[in-house]
Design a protein around this ligand. Structure first.
Ligand SMILES: O=C(O)CCC(=O)C(=O)O
Ligand SMILES: [Fe+2]
Length: 291
């Protein structure tokens, strides 16, 4: 069951259906192929900060329209490895018959392997299975708030290393001469980076867990064995159903998430004969901070 609320500032412009107490809402009544009116854009920003992932139905966007929508929230990132749309390098193509996508079936926050990871991502479903291939998002705020105060205190002020290779291993992304060259260049261009383990969101000012299984390799201030155990705990903790929402895709659905405050997991439960194609625009963000 979902409840509807209308955000009104200065006039009602968005109707939302909430999907869970912690995360997720469907946005009704807007056409994202058109430029957003200022009050609609502001209401969307507020809804994104509040609900962390927003869903829109029946939005048949082409790559240019998708990029134009996303650009209203910031400049766009160009991915170092994933294939790109023709004439629109900011749109990543996630096609299971073109790319081995099993590394998205892991809880991750997009592109935390750079100094300033993305603010958000806009994902458009182009071709989806009749069943299977759902995507889940988890609230990194809810996961932080559920930790005991003593454990929160232990984690606050720690830092972690993030690296691209963890989710783009050579055996899957460097296995032809051309792919190897691109993979090597990506590695050179993206040396390991360090982020706080607990991050303060730059807009909401709330604390959240900012380590993810996709890219985080080590908590720097702990021993190897301590780091391994604490990360394993946090990766399992963030995946608890209470912090998550699960979306069953229809073609032309859009998901727009706050990439600072969420992790997501693309369920890999469909066969390789099933064709699933998603397009992603990734909005640049700022450098994570704790103090
Ligand atoms: O394919 C999906 O549903 C999500 C893939 C993913 O991790 C992403 O687009 O960032
Ligand atoms: Fe992702």
């Amino acid at each position: 069951m979902s409840s509807s609320i209308t955000l009104s500032s200065p006039k009602p412009s968005l109707t939302l259906s909430l999907l869970s107490p912690n995360i997720g809402a469907i946005v009704h009544g807007i056409d994202i192929t058109q430029p957003l009116a200022p009050d609609t854009k502001q209401a969307l920003e507020t809804a994104l900060l509040t609900h962390q992932v927003l869903f829109f139905r029946n939005q048949a966007v082409n790559p240019q329209q998708q990029a134009a929508f996303a650009r209203q929230f910031g400049s766009l990132h160009i991915h170092p490895i994933f294939p790109q749309a023709d004439d629109q390098p900011e749109i990543v193509i996630l096609d299971n018959q073109q790319t081995d996508l099993r590394d998205n079936a892991i809880w991750h926050t997009d592109v935390t392997f750079v100094e300033s990871p993305p603010l958000g991502s806009v994902l458009a479903a182009k071709k989806v299975p009749d069943f299977g291939g759902d995507t889940l998002w988890s609230s990194s705020y809810a996961a932080f708030e559920a930790l005991s105060p003593s454990f929160q205190t232990l984690l606050e002020g720690l830092t972690a290393t993030h690296n691209l290779i963890q989710s783009f291993p050579k055996e899957r992304f460097g296995n032809t001469p051309k792919a190897f060259e691109q993979w090597q260049q990506a590695q050179i261009d993206n040396p390991s980076v360090i982020h706080p383990v607990i991050r303060i969101h730059p807009v909401t000012k709330k604390k959240l867990i900012f380590v993810n299984e996709g890219f985080t390799t080590k908590i720097n201030e702990l021993s190897d064995t301590e780091s391994k155990s604490v990360l394993a705990f946090l990766f399992a903790h963030i995946a608890q159903p209470e912090f998550t929402v699960r979306w069953h895709w229809q073609a032309n659905d859009i998901a727009f998430w706050d990439n600072r405050a969420t992790q997501h997991y693309a369920t890999n439960d469909y066969s390789s004969q099933t064709h699933r194609v998603m397009h992603r625009a990734t909005i640049n963000g700022d450098k994570p901070f704790y103090t």
